[in-house]
Design a protein around this ligand. Sequence first.
Ligand code: SF4
Length: 454
Amino acid sequence: MLDQTPKEIVARSGICINPLKTCQPVGALYAALGVSRCLPHSHGSQGCVSYHRTLLTRHFKEPAVASSSSFTEGASVFGGGANLKQSVKNIFDVYNPDIIAVHTTCLSETIGDDLGSFIQELDLPEGKIVVHCNTPSYVGSHVTGFGQMVAGFVKYLAKKEEKSDQIGVFPGFVNPGDIRELRRLLALMGVSAIILPDPSDVLDGPMTGAYQMFPEGGTSLREIAALGGVKRALALGLLASKEPALALKSKCGVETDLCPQPMGVANTDAFLMRLSAISGQPIARELELERGRLLDLMLDANQYYYQKKVAIFGDPDTVIGLTTMALELGLTPKYLATGTPWEGFVTEVKTILGQYDALEGTRVKAGTDFFELHQWIKNEPVDLLIGTSYGKQIAKAEDIPMVRAGFPILDRYGHAHHPLIGYEGARRLAELTLGALMDRYDRDCADEDLDVVL
Ligand code: SF4
């Protein structure tokens, strides 16, 4: 497995080997599934959406539904306007969603289809809505595609209204389990919020024995409209939620705080303090106790984390959050990598490392791939990998324990139900990390050192 990866690192451009990201429409499709009775629609060929649906279905272990404009040679040459028109008619006739969220693909972007004009010219059934965003995949990644789709909903649907007591939350590219944790934190803090998007109950729905084309979850259209009147918004994830935050400010004048994902102790503290400042509510006692239990676990096990070298890879917002968490545990982040080409990632991560005096000997890179990450590890190994499923090939090749976190995780079940955010998410990550390190110690130690009590 990966035996041919050379140690010698040669500068290269224009070629990616084992990408550490996927394409923009994947994120756009995921975001659209977090809106109530919404059908995501891919404006391109069937092959694209087939891949996007498969990837999301494999991560969530739930069907990720979406339709396609089904480009053939004709649409590729003459434009896909007629395809979109026919698709929209068929979708409302056959599936009857309340809204269709269209995203573009490389092909429709390259031929220059103007989705805004196409949509204006559609003859829609009464009360039905079509929105769109642009997601060519030769720029950005699934994370920016996610942000573009959420911003698309805001641009089309948010209404400048009288200020309400609610706040808005853009949760970023996280799992349904994170959204449930977010809801719990908001409830404990006594804060009423509109969360956009909300894939919980859509991509982690219960087994009922009956298929529902549109499960009960998702942000409602009424809630998206009301986002324009919230007293303030929190945008979680510096990259994924940046575009929605800008769109809400530009369309409705709502001020938004752009924050890192509340992963780890310090980030969760900052998030809750921000909620407290906005709402005027004190930090809930239950959360203080939760925080205390987390710190207790971290202290108890500190000797097992301390100075263990770790490579963390995945989406920028996730890696930024996990870097903070790793430093808090006492781990030594050695390689921090994302495939998304966003230099803000490097700046953010280096700032965090600087706060812990941990910059020396650490590699931080955006727009990189698994091949390069593997080369770094071959030259100087680490004790632990934290990241997405594709890292398992490096883990096997170099015999390194691995903790799965982020998107996509294709080779495990149940992960999307658990949060990475909040004290609960940090506690889970602390436990998974500790388990991986201690399992490795038990595997490798001499028989006389195999203690039952540690
Ligand atoms: S052609 Fe573009 S949009 Fe389609 S799957 Fe490939 S990268 Fe994604």
